[in-house]
Design a protein around this ligand. Structure first.
Ligand SMILES: [Zn+2]
Length: 209
């Protein structure tokens, strides 16, 4: 099964991608991971990608597509895959349609207010990196890591204004994509709030597997 997974930052998309990957025995393909791999291996395309990244520029669509096309042609993709973080634009979605035929697009729907609560409550230990959530995890001493005694801090990404900005970007990007796939009858919206197992069940139901 060839899938695209859409979900806001903090929607639990990563966890669900892992689950679907295991359940259907298909790999998760993320452009970030392929870029890192190609750069590490020092391939021609990896060097090209590195130039853009080092210059603080977005990797152009034709390069991203080249990388994706090559990745999807590998043996482990023969039964399908989950695309995570791609496509991000209609232009990319149209280009993707020319190289493969997506079966479904799963959109994990989590209200912004829930995501804001989830992310802005996160704390990370400045010493050992262990993460906590102010609502679900108790620390013996307030603001102090249970493991190592380090001070708990809020990551830049988890600050309320940053979270809101990231959600805005996500909605601006994903709404047109959802319309695009909805018009093709491929969009499956799944309620992404509630217990993880429940969400898993909903995803499998949506895919009717
Ligand atoms: Zn710690």
């Amino acid at each position: 099964m060839k899938l695209i997974l859409l979900g806001a930052p903090g929607s639990g998309k990563g966890t669900q991608a892992e689950f679907i990957s295991r359940e259907l025995s298909i790999p998760t393909i993320s452009t970030g991971a392929i870029f890192r791999e190609e750069m590490q291996k020092g391939t021609k395309i990896g060097l090209k990608v590195k130039e853009y990244i080092d210059a603080g520029m977005l990797v152009p669509d034709e390069t991203v597509l080249e990388v994706i096309r090559e990745r999807l042609a590998r043996e482990d993709c023969k039964n399908g895959y989950i695309l995570d973080g791609f496509p991000r634009t209609i232009h990319q979605a149209e280009a993707l349609d020319r190289i493969t035929d997506i079966d479904y697009v799963i959109s994990l729907e989590v209200p912004d207010a829930d995501i804001e609560k989830r992310l802005t409550g996160r704390r990370v230990c400045s010493k050992c990196g262990k993460t906590y959530h102010i609502k679900y995890d108790d620390t013996a001493r307030s603001g102090i890591c249970n493991e190592c005694g380090g001070a708990l801090t809020v990551r830049e990404d988890d600050k309320p204004e940053t979270v809101r900005a990231r959600l805005d970007v996500y909605h601006k990007q994903s709404e047109p994509l959802k319309d695009y796939y909805r018009n093709k009858g491929k969009l499956k919206s799944v309620e992404g709030t509630g217990p993880v197992d429940e969400i898993r069940k909903l995803i499998l139901e949506a895919l009717s597997v």
